[in-house]
Design a protein. Structure first.
Lengths: 139, 139
DNA sequence: CTTGACATTGGACCATGGTCAAATGTTTAT
DNA sequence: ATAAACATTTGACCATGGTCCAATGTCAAG
């Protein structure tokens, strides 16, 4: 038999068979060919595409962003600028997210420093601060 | 009438009425008292609790973490160390998340620098890199 | 030939944090 | 008195990214 079963490409790409079927359902990958016994059958190129998805996901792209990336990568009219825009926007999103988290972290650390960690919590400055609106405004 | 309707405390705390009812369903806030006409009725202290939830959420706590925080804050046996442990763990989680995102961001920026952004994408280094396993391993 | 490991399908379900709709009742303002 | 603006309930639904299940079929090894 030439061609891979779903379990094989799944393993190659580092995802589960369920996930491969899920991606097919979502239209992220083409419906696979079938054997006589109705098993999905894949070619080497399918590993490439699936791995593309996996790597992009590891880079923080959502499935819908990956869909765009994939369609760009298969459209001969796509320019480098198109691709760069997508990755640049994603980078910007991640930068914003990091900024948000950093702000939150700082607030949390400040809160943590207020409290010496000894004794009963009835006068815990952390709880007090959550109960009063005194603390730094978020948003 | 003394007491606030759901719309009023919702506004005071900066959430929607739906959200207040949702919090009640989840057990995050006690079932409110009722008027004769079955309207929920709240006291000033309820604004405090609801605002506590809102502020904690803005600090990145999940509802289940907030549940813990709230029960700690109402248990007289709670020590400052208990509270500090929760906020410290949360801070640590956020630090990890920031680290992850930073790693991803760096990979994305590297990818972005590979590409000059001019011309057709058929030889776009970003797409090429997503298609080959050469790029930096994630995880 | 049997057993185990794989495949198929449809559909339910997980967590998260709500949001929205419909049908109905109440309060308030004019 | 009537309309607008609020409230109630039940229950469905949103996105995200799958995971798990049962019932059934197929394939390969011994």
């Amino acid at each position: 038999m030439n061609g891979l079963t779903i379990g094989k490409i799944a393993k190659q790409a580092g995802v589960s068979s369920d996930t491969v079927r899920f991606y097919e359902r979502c239209g992220l990958i083409e419906p696979a060919g079938r054997t006589d016994s109705n098993y999905r059958i894949y070619r080497e190129e399918d590993i490439v595409r699936l791995s593309f998805i996996k790597r992009a996901k590891d880079l923080g792209f959502s499935l819908s962003e990956i869909r765009v990336l994939l369609s760009l990568s298969h459209d001969p009219g796509t320019t480098k600028a198109d691709v760069k825009r997508i990755t640049g926007e994603k980078a910007e999103k991640i930068r914003r997210k990091i900024k948000d988290l950093t702000r939150i972290l700082e607030a949390l650390e400040q809160l943590n420093e207020l409290c010496d960690g000894h004794g009963p919590a009835d006068d815990c400055p952390i709880l007090q601060s959550l109960n009063r609106e005194s603390g730094g405004q978020c948003h």
